[in-house]
Design a protein around this ligand. Structure first.
Ligand SMILES: [Zn+2]
Length: 427
């Protein structure tokens, strides 16, 4: 079906575009911004009135856990992509820590098959760095790349052996895809369950120091310089990490980084009632870290906003703090929570959209995140005004685990369009 989005505020950072206009979509592709739409040419188009609404490229999330195969009780590719569509995402990148781990082409192909047949949005898998994410032997990276993986990561784990990390970074250069790191020195985080500091002491919970993240980021920036491979740093949580990345970028090191809404909004006091919905890895830190991440987002040190969507079942989270799994369900709140950065004058609306569209596309070398003529018609139509209260029970995701339940937010996704097809609508 051909679509005509009328009277929209079109924001496309890939073309430095912010203007009123119409967007024509033909056979799944962007067909441009026609001025005259009374034309008989558009007679058979489905028209959507976008007055007062923003049309931008569909959002791209570089960090999602879809849980399938293996943990379908937490999330499936079907429910995860439904959540993505409801959040305005048209492309999501899924991490390999499923069961089995995505460390070979057959798992990659399974995920892509499921996404094609049951998914609502584009799904791009990340392959593991090492077999079973065990940090020992390199995974079947070449065949996973051939099958469709857009990067490699042992997310959830760190490759502790620097020699193996160097080999992975050397090897992956041939495919021109990034290495995405979950930076955590297990020797420092030990069995920590929250940020190490005043709050953890008061609560009597084992802490994870900032240095556990920073040590690994420093090492991998060093290996990035040694190998020249593109390094992407996931879910930055500390002020020291922001400083390290800023310094590396100033020297021209090939590094990019992402931050999540929970890390730029919350401080570790959220855990004070032993709130397992706020148990996440890396942990939620202090206000000094939050300020540094916001500054990093504003000055470009942190390139991308990603969710680290990590759904878990209610039973798993409703246990004592020590025993609960790490993770927050993030796909359905990310846009609204990021719009708060705009309202608080941390970043402009255009820059926020850029951190969800053309910049993440560039990180994984993807030809999306743009409304250029001929591009895939992946778009989101949203407004910044509609007020709502986050209600975790209404999530499409099976994971209802969010510390943002009951938060008052503004902004609403009205349509999510993937390849010219409306996959989500909420007026
Ligand atoms: Zn991670």
């Amino acid at each position: 079906m051909n679509l005509l989005l009328e009277n929209a505020k079109i924001i496309d950072p890939s073309q430095d575009l912010n203007k009123k206009g119409n967007v024509a979509i033909e056979e799944g592709k962007i067909k441009g911004f026609p001025k005259k739409i009374s034309d008989s040419r558009y007679k058979h188009y489905k028209r959507i009135d976008c007055t007062g609404k923003i049309v931008s490229p569909g959002l791209i999330d570089l960090h999602v856990h879809l849980r399938e195969p293996g943990y379908e009780y937490k999330e499936t590719i079907k429910t995860g992509t439904e959540a993505a569509a409801a959040g305005g995402f048209t492309t999501i990148v899924c991490m390999p820590n499923t069961n089995p781990i995505n460390d070979n082409a057959s798992v990659t192909e399974f995920i892509l098959y499921k996404a094609r047949t049951e998914g609502l949005v584009n799904v791009l898998p990340i392959g593991a760095i090492t077999i079973g994410e065990e940090g020992q032997d390199l995974a079947h990276i070449g065949e996973m790349y051939e099958a469709g993986c857009v990067g490699i990561s042992d997310d959830g784990m760190s490759v502790m052996d620097s020699g193996i990390m160097r080999s992975a970074m050397d090897y992956v250069k041939a495919f021109n895809i990034p290495v995405l790191i979950h930076a955590e020195d297990k020797g420092l985080s030990c069995d920590g369950v929250m940020n190490e500091g005043f709050t953890s002491t008061v609560l009597g919970l084992r802490g994870i120091p900032n240095s556990s993240e920073e040590v690994m980021i420093a090492r991998d920036i060093n290996l990035c310089e040694l190998t020249g491979t593109h390094l992407h740093i996931c879910h930055v949580s500390t002020r020291g990490s922001v400083r390290l990345i800023r310094e590396a970028k100033s020297r021209g090191v090939n590094v990019t980084a992402e931050a999540t809404p929970h890390h730029f909004h919350l401080t570790d006091e959220i855990v004070k009632d032993y709130n397992t919905f706020a148990k996440v890895n890396p942990p939620i830190r202090t206000s000094a870290d939050v300020q540094a991440i916001r500054q990093g987002l504003a000055d470009g040190t942190i390139d991308v906003i990603a969710t680290d969507h990590a759904p878990h079942s209610e039973d798993e989270k409703k246990v004592e703090f020590d025993k609960a799994p790490f993770g927050i369900s993030g796909l359905e709140t990310a846009l609204q929570l990021s719009l708060q950065l705009v309202e608080q004058d941390v970043i402009s609306l255009e820059y926020m959209i850029s951190k969800f569209t053309n910049i993440p596309a560039k990180v994984i070398g993807l030809d999306k995140g743009t409304l250029k003529e001929g591009a895939d018609a992946d778009l989101v139509v949203f407004n910044t005004e509609d007020k709502s209260v986050i209600d975790r029970h209404k999530f499409y995701s099976k994971g209802k685990n969010t510390p943002f339940h009951d938060w008052k937010v503004k902004g609403k996704v009205n349509y999510t369009i993937v390849n010219g097809r409306i996959v989500y609508k909420n007026l």
